[in-house]
Design a protein. Structure first.
Ligand SMILES: Cc1cc2nc3c(=O)[nH]c(=O)nc-3n(C[C@H](O)[C@H](O)[C@H](O)COP(=O)(O)OP(=O)(O)OC[C@H]3O[C@@H](n4cnc5c(N)ncnc54)[C@H](O)[C@@H]3O)c2cc1C
Length: 380
């Protein structure tokens, strides 16, 4: 028995589904093969969709409505002594339960006629065929959207690249009315807990740490302010954990194979950018496949990841050196408009170069002079 499809996508997570949707919008036939059934496809995630992710979903025609989640208008950073917050420049983000986001994306894929094979695994046969559920499946293009541990990436030899850090994430939902319109990031020494409002009566909390042996039972241990807030809030989901790797690959294509989403490398989850860049990569890849040429995808992929990876390095530096983290939050708390500008850079609304030109020398000097930072920042 045999069958064929133009594009075979291994992995039906957000990146695989976005790729399939983008391909169908170009009129290209595609099939998704995912090892897991949708009902079991929950994943440790902060569940925050930044404005750019929402914009990409809109372009793909995925309907995430206001009743699907909880809007947030910005970000707040806090440690035990200081805090600073800022609004997004022009639009809101939304916290959406991961399972519901997946459902909305599946609905759209189904509407566009994507063939989806859940609970199935593919076994590579040749460069243009795979055995899927005992059926030889022929394809022109193969897309690896099979997450951080991608077997397609390893199989075709695209593993070469840089691994910047390896951390662990633990997720938990609490039944409580959100107390803030922001995603809150609580900074401890070498770990962060961040809170995304996802419904009128629910928040999602993620602990990200370098310590594999972190106290998984009490992810709030190092965060007294947060622990106090959630003291009486019932835990409403089973805790989920995930390893997370900050990785950049040298190449994301080889022959007729292309990687997308976490399979193609990812910034640290603290950036909150994983979904947004997966959707942008999916759109770029579909465009290249439609043009019968994967070559431009390398450049497009690098450009989509450039800003999130730079922000990832800065945030990881704050994680690695607690003193830097404390200076930075204190400095930003004394001049919240700087935080607002950094947030605009993070979202791609403001350019890094323009910011560096305007604020860089003085800000760098202040950060390198921690004792006087509070006073002298007045003059930035
Ligand atoms: C702790 C944590 C918090 C995060 N918080 C946020 C956040 O708040 N906002 C944000 O934008 N991003 C966040 N991210 C990042 C985001 O979750 C990822 O970038 C996103 O899930 C990438 O999607 P993906 O489809 O590439 O991979 P995945 O979601 O991992 O999907 C991969 C799919 O491939 C399937 N698969 C794997 N192997 C095979 C195989 N051999 N055969 C068939 N199928 C296979 C899996 O079943 C799965 O469905 C977070 C990540 C972590 C770890």
């Amino acid at each position: 028995m045999s069958t064929s499809t133009e594009v075979l996508i291994q992995g039906g997570g957000p990146a695989g589904l976005a790729t399939a949707i983008a391909l169908r919008l170009q009129g290209i036939a595609c099939t998704i093969v995912d090892a897991v059934e949708p009902a079991d496809l929950d994943k440790a995630c902060g569940e925050g969709l930044l404005p750019d992710a929402l914009c990409a979903l809109r372009e793909l025609g995925v309907r995430v409505g206001p009743t699907d989640g909880y809007d947030f208008s910005g970000i707040r950073f806090a440690n035990t002594t200081d805090s600073v917050e800022a609004c997004f420049p022009d639009s809101a983000g939304i916290g959406v339960r991961r399972t519901l986001l997946h459902q909305r994306m599946r609905e759209r894929a189904e509407e566009l006629g994507v063939r989806m094979m859940w609970g199935s695994r593919g076994k590579p046969l040749t460069a243009n065929s795979m055995l899927v559920d005992g059926v030889e499946t022929y394809f022109r293009w193969l897309v690896g959207a099979d997450g951080g541990a991608s077997s397609i990436r390893k199989g075709v030899g695209l593993d070469a690249g840089t691994v910047r850090s390896q951390r662990f994430g633990f997720r938990q939902h609490y039944e409580i009315a959100p107390w803030s319109e922001r995603v809150e990031v609580y900074w401890g020494d070498h770990e962060q807990a961040y809170v995304t409002p996802i419904a009128n009566n629910c928040v999602c909390v993620v602990l990200i740490t370098r310590d594999a042996k972190a106290n998984r039972k009490n992810i709030l241990e190092g965060f007294p302010e947060l622990a106090k807030r959630l003291k009486n809030a019932p835990v409403v989901t089973q805790q989920r954990g995930a390893g997370t790797v900050t990785r950049r690959l040298k190449r994301v294509t080889k022959g007729n194979v292309a990687l997308v989403g976490d399979a193609s490398g990812s910034p640290d989850p603290i950036t909150g950018e994983g979904l947004a860049i997966s959707f942008r990569q999916a759109q770029a890849l579909a465009e290249c496949i439609a043009n019968d040429n994967l070559k431009p995808y390398e450049k497009m992929h690098r450009s989509i990841g450039a800003r999130p990876h730079t922000m990832s390095l800065l945030l990881l530096a704050m994680d690695r050196w607690p003193r830097v983290q404390r200076w930075a939050i204190r400095a930003l708390a004394s001049r919240p408009e700087l935080f607002e500008e950094l947030l605009a850079i993070h979202l791609g609304v403001e350019s890094v170069l323009r910011f560096a030109w305007r604020r860089g020398p003085l800000l760098g000097w202040k950060l390198l002079a921690p004792r006087s930072v509070g006073k002298t920042l007045e003059n930035v």
